[in-house]
Write a protein that binds this ligand. Structure first.
Ligand code: 13P
Length: 212
């Protein structure tokens, strides 16, 4: 099987998995992977991630032209911005999952890292989570904001919208996304209780040992 066929099938499989786990609903969210030649495969606009068809997935050039498949996600441009800034990234996951979106709707005192390091896996898989200001879905200005954050972050949160998470593989990006959603859920379960997040030393040790 060619790289492209394998990755088309992976997008269908992971789309269904995310939909079945209720991390994606309706036609919200978009996924992409980067091919070795620099083009990306991205989910078509207005498609439900639970019902993707491999042959209809959009193939888009690094400069944003549609090469084949259905019209691409209106947010394909921010996927391209992440790939441009993160040469090691080969997959991007953007969803509107409930707990993460709830975090994106809160007032945050600082925007450098909007979730506390509650667990080691959050630090390992998600890392720091900066908040980007609100843009209308599909607004081209969003790409530039995403580009700025992607330089130093594999994960970021769009205000009143949802997270963008990248990884070296689709598997890695999906695992990181799921970890983020679980941390967001823990954050709300903990509520007003006095939280004991990991300390700076513990975070530094995790980053040293796991290279995150
Ligand atoms: P698309 O259907 O164009 O991918 O948009 C969905 C979405 O998640 C907007 O934020």
């Amino acid at each position: 099987m060619t790289e492209e066929t394998t990755l088309r099938n992976d997008l269908v499989r992971y789309g269904r998995l995310l939909y079945d786990r209720r991390l994606a609903h309706g036609s919200a969210g978009n996924l992409s992977v980067r091919l070795s030649d620099g083009a990306i495969l991205v989910t078509p606009t207005n498609s439900s991630l639970g019902f993707l068809e491999a042959t209809r997935i959009s193939k888009v050039s690094p400069t944003g032209e549609l090469l084949s498949g259905d019209p691409p996600s209106k947010e394909a441009f921010f996927h391209l911005a992440v790939y441009e800034e993160r040469p090691q990234a080969r997959a991007v996951v953007h969803l509107h999952s409930t707990y993460s979106v709830a975090v994106s709707c809160l007032c945050h005192e600082q925007t450098d890292d909007i979730l506390p390091p509650l667990t080691a896996y959050h630090v390992m898989r998600v890392g720091k989570l900066p908040l980007l200001k609100y843009f209308r879905p599909g607004d081209r200005a969003l790409a530039e904001a995403v580009r700025g954050a992607a330089r130093d972050h594999r994960s970021m949160m769009l205000a009143n919208h949802g997270p963008i998470v990248s990884g070296r593989t689709l598997d890695e990006a999906v695992n990181a996304y799921e970890e983020l959603e679980e941390t967001a859920k823990l954050f709300f379960i903990l509520g007003d209780r006095k939280i004991a997040p990991l300390g700076l030393d513990a975070v530094a040790e995790i980053n040293d040992v796991f290279g995150s």
